[in-house]
Design a protein around this ligand. Structure first.
Ligand code: NOJ
Length: 723
């Protein structure tokens, strides 16, 4: 066993050897990777088997100058072999146990092959569905992202990083990457300090508090400073203020890109600036210590800063137990899912489905001998894994097979336009003919995984290809139908949603996605998911999210029709009080599906919402007092089901205009038919105060309103915060 301490190791290292520890590189060719390991590089991407990984570790330990083991990194975002729903889909579960289950199984599968570091979870708050990477995170709300991100970090890492089934987590992308202007990936961001704190930093603060071993810097520049060189945020906020003792890694070639951003002269200048700003590991780019010739001279960066970075890297390796045993047990390597991991992935997938609409209770389909047509590109597609899955992720089956197995008595006809950019006119004509001979049509449409995720920005977020026409054509037949929407992002659904009797939001649900969808369609599972990111009515409404400010001229709510300019003339001055208000003239008001929307096959009633106190002094809150919000939900329908109870805070009079509502608690509860379940939430100073624009957290006296809602019922409770 190697008992050298990080400090002892550091004392013997040259400048070049130190720099080598501060880099992760990807080499497809194993000989090239072995050469880097011998040269003392700190980290490499996973070479895709335990055997190859062990060879790299052996080269590092036996042949490099100091025998330091390697960090072995990989993007394990929502599964290694057993693929779970995408993170955005997981957010729809409003259930911490879903990302936790994903992380536990992902970690066990990946570590068994020698991976010890995952570049996940992604906790970028995202309010712009044009941005393809919304699929990798937990949606638009920072409270939800903070809770789910922290749960995922804890589950990846377990209690002890030396265990054979855990990974060091890497929370990314620090910070405000999700605020990319126009939703165009990698684009500039410009964010007020207050919004940075309230919205974008909060999930990182929470993940660091949960013990995240590493944080990844984001590609974007923020208020003019690219994040890879953002000293105030990397060092002053993340490391000093949050007390983060782990490793800050750059994103792929993000350091070298400082040249393109226009803040560095050349790559050496970029490396110098990044390390000085607080970055500890450079991902990609030219070798920092190639052939023992350092890219930056001794003295180019403060020596103490470099030593700090090296110590952070060595301590992480210690924490992972790599000095005791850097090798994976090749005999125990997992290379495929097991029945148990698939079962868990399916349970998770079932919890992520959102029932958007269900007029006339079309769903669930009754068991029986009805004639069902399944059509749309997703009828026979196996594209259910979603973005950011490695090529070895276990494939899904098809919806056609899963539905046939779940509803065997029905007479099934399958007419699939196999191309996502289709179906073609001929496919649509065929589907219409077949619909006429059916009792019901299931239309499985969506967005392929390949157009969501990184670099997957879209300016037009309607269903691609001719899929809207397919839905319209089926609607014209008059045969009842259900739309199953498989997507990586909220889409604009205006062209068809009003005509669809029922719609299920099924995301990319992973290896067992089709089976999960089939069980919801058949009623074996009662859907309980909720929309974690607002569905706009038009791309022109973006950004649109639930926690916006009121403005000085809020448009009237309730009346959903737009007020057209000509209405003023037609209807006289009565309309003027709603004319100069904040809205679009050519669009109905509000979102299509708001954050938190989701129906069930049963009906819930919210009862007895109350606060533990209606008045509390600031002084007590600052000293740690908590206010308890309680409520109960009763299932008054005939099926067991899950309800989601949300607590929102509003602060009608404050020194800074506050969002109309801020999520402060969420709980998903299973309630049997006829039964009730109680829920409670504890709120403290962190929940009731807010950030000002000078980086100060403030708690002000005044009347607050806490709204407890399950989406159907809502109760408003007043809380008086006294000085
Ligand atoms: C670029 C992506 O932005 C990041 O999320 C990922 O972890 C790295 N590439 C490494 O694959």
């Amino acid at each position: 066993m190697d008992t050298r301490t990080p400090e002892e190791l550091l004392a013997g290292m040259t400048w070049s050897q130190k720099l080598a520890q501060l880099q992760i590189l990807w080499r497809r060719d194993q000989d090239d990777a072995l050469a880097l390991a011998r040269g003392g590089i700190g980290a490499l991407f996973w070479p895709q088997s335990a055997e190859r990984t062990n060879a790299l570790q052996r080269a590092a330990i036996e042949e490099s100058a100091h025998g330091i083991p390697l960090l072995i990194g990989l993007d394990v975002l929502h599964g290694q072999f057993t693929i779970f729903p995408t993170p955005l889909a997981q957010a729809a579960s409003f259930d911490r146990s879903v990302p936790a289950a994903d992380a536990r199984i992902s970690a066990a599968e990946a570590r068994s092959g020698g991976v010890n570091w995952t570049f996940a979870p992604m906790v970028d708050v995202a309010r712009d569905p044009r941005w393809g990477r919304v699929v990798e995170g937990f949606g638009e709300d920072s409270f939800l992202a903070a809770a789910l991100g922290a749960a995922k970090v804890a589950a990846y890492q377990g209690d002890d990083l030396t265990a054979a089934d855990v990974l060091a987590a890497c929370v990314k992308h620090f910070v405000a990457y999700g605020a990319a202007e126009a939703g165009r990936d990698y684009n500039t961001t410009d964010v007020s300090r207050r919004r940075l704190r309230e919205t974008y930093l909060e999930p990182f603060r929470s993940a660091v508090a949960a013990g995240a071993a590493s944080v990844m810097a984001a590609f974007n520049s923020l208020n003019g400073t690219p994040m890879h060189a953002h000293r105030r945020l990397l060092t002053d906020v993340l490391k000093a203020e949050y007390g983060f003792e782990g490793v800050v890694v750059g994103d792929a070639d993000g350091v070298a890109q400082l040249v393109r951003h226009g803040v560095a002269r050349d790559e050496a200048d970029a490396v110098r600036q990044s390390l000085a700003a607080g970055l500890d590991i450079v991902m990609g780019g030219p070798e920092l210590a190639g052939d023992d010739v350092p890219l930056i001279e001794r003295g180019a960066v403060d020596a103490a800063r470099i030593d700090d970075a090296v110590l952070r890297v060595l301590r992480l390796k210690k924490a992972l137990g790599l000095f005791q045993n850097p090798f994976a047990d090749a005999a125990a390597e997992r290379t495929a899912p097991t029945p148990q991991t698939l079962r868990t992935a399916q349970d998770a997938a079932e919890r992520c489905v959102v029932l958007l609409k269900n007029q006339g209770a079309v769903l669930p389909l009754p068991a029986g001998t009805q004639r069902i047509l399944l059509t749309g590109p997703y009828a026979t597609s196996t594209d259910h894994l979603g973005a950011w899955v490695q090529h070895f992720g276990a494939q899904a089956g098809t919806l056609a097979d899963a539905l046939r197995a779940e509803l065997p008595e029905a007479t099934w006809t399958v007419a699939s336009g196999a191309e996502f950019l289709g179906p073609s006119d001929a496919d649509i004509r065929e589907a219409v003919l077949l619909a006429a001979k059916s009792d019901l049509v299931l239309i499985a449409v969506g967005e392929p995984s390949s157009i969501s995720g990184e670099a997957g920005s879209r300016a037009d977020i309607r269903l691609p290809g001719d899929q809207e026409h397919l839905i319209q054509a089926i609607a014209d037949t008059g045969v009842p139908f259900v739309v199953i929407l498989i997507t990586g992002r909220p889409l604009v659904v205006e062209a068809w949603i009003d005509r669809a009797p029922a719609a299920l939001l099924a995301w990319h649900l992973g290896t067992r996605g089709p089976e999960a969808i089939a069980r919801v369609v058949a009623g074996a599972v009662n859907p309980g998911g909720r929309v974690p990111m607002t569905f706009p009515r038009a791309a022109g409404q973006i950004p649109i999210h639930h926690d916006a400010e009121n403005t000085g001229r809020p448009a009237r709510t309730g009346g959903s029709m737009a007020v057209h300019r000509w209405d003023v003339g037609l209807q006289g001055p009565n309309n003027l009080d709603d004319y100069y208000t904040s809205k679009f003239l050519d669009l109905e008001r509000g979102p299509r599906f708001a954050f938190g929307h989701g129906l069930s096959f049963t009906t819930f009633c919210l009862e007895a919402a109350s606060l533990s106190t209606s008045e509390i002094p600031c002084t007590e809150l600052r000293a740690g007092a908590r206010v308890v919000v309680s409520a109960s939900v009763r299932n008054v329908g005939e099926r067991d089901g899950d309800d989601v109870v949300l607590v929102y805070l509003s602060d009608p009079v404050a020194s800074l205009a506050q969002p109309v509502q801020r999520l402060r608690g969420f709980r998903r509860v299973a309630v049997a038919a006829g039964e009730a379940a109680s829920v409670s939430f504890e709120l403290g100073v962190d929940d009731l105060g807010f950030w000002d624009d000078e980086d100060r957290f403030v708690l002000e006296p005044g009347e607050l309103v806490l709204t407890v809602t399950d989406g159907t019922d809502a109760e408003r409770l007043a809380l008086n915060v006294t000085p």
